[in-house]
Design a protein around this ligand. Structure first.
Ligand SMILES: Nc1ncnc2c1ncn2[C@@H]1O[C@H](COP(=O)(O)OP(=O)(O)O)[C@@H](O)[C@H]1O
Ligand SMILES: [Mg+2]
Length: 227
């Protein structure tokens, strides 16, 4: 098996003052996998995605990404350049005036030259079928449009893996179907938190169910899938 993009090794974590959510948690995301994280509200799905990107720090164990253990903020800054996160609420991810400004923000911030940023922004909007939204005011978009634009802000950076927090939550049926179509086409490994049984059935190669109450994880099924 090829080397995992992301790995939790014996991770233990509790929020300050809260009960343990994870104790000796292990999970590896291989380059050809799309792993679904399920479990009741409060079981730690979002927490796990935040641990993966160093937004929270484990009390024990290690997070490895892109081939090495990651501990410091500098380590995780590098991880966050290569592993995207689609937030549960798109309004948390979009803060510019127009769609193209939002999509170009990350690459500009990394110091890419203007021509490269503009070309890449146009390309990703085209790839996701939202070229017509380019100059539109972000706050006027529908929830479904916002979710695809938020996805564009992550994909524009050409991530090597993508984490998604309840990507279909709050979307109507047609927006959900469109997002699913896009995610199926992506050729990068995914780790996504969701309650959406259809999304799991059609996208996941493996499902990890986080337990309520008892810290830990249970693997439900594995289905072969290759990029
Ligand atoms: N910043 C925080 N401080 C304290 N407790 C938190 C924090 N974030 C989440 N929690 C608690 O941790 C548990 C897991 O939350 P979360 O990871 O958001 O679960 P899920 O995404 O599965 O619904 C919940 O009980 C939640 O209230
Ligand atoms: Mg959550």
């Amino acid at each position: 098996m090829s080397e995992p993009l992301l790995e939790f090794r014996g991770v233990a974590f509790a929020h300050p003052g809260g009960p343990p959510l994870f104790d000796d948690f292990h999970l590896a995301l291989a380059p050809d996998e799309r792993i679904a994280l399920t479990g009741p509200n409060g079981s730690g799905k979002s927490t796990l995605l935040h641990l993966a990107l160093g937004l929270l720090a484990p009390q024990r164990g290690a997070i490895c990404a892109l081939g090495r253990p990651r501990r410091t903020e500098t380590d995780f800054e590098e991880v966050r350049r290569h592993v995207g996160l689609l937030f549960q609420n798109s309004d948390d991810q979009l803060f510019c005036t127009t769609v193209d400004e939002d999509v170009a923000f990350g690459p500009f911030n990394l110091g890419w030259p203007r021509e490269r940023v503009e070309a890449r922004t146009r390309a990703i909007l085209h790839q996701l079928g939202i070229a017509h939204l380019a100059g539109r005011a972000t706050y006027r978009l529908s929830e479904g449009e916002k979710r695809i634009v938020a996805l564009a802000t992550t994909l524009v950076m050409e991530p090597r893996a993508l984490l998604l927090d309840e990507p279909t939550a709050g979307l109507d049926e047609s927006a959900r179907a469109r997002l699913l179509e896009i995610l199926i086409e992506l050729k990068i490994p995914l780790l996504f938190a969701t309650h959406d049984a259809d999304l799991i059935a059609r996208l996941a190669t493996r499902v990890i169910r986080l337990g309520a109450g008892a810290p830990g994880a249970q693997q439900i099924f594995y289905r072969a899938w290759k990029c």
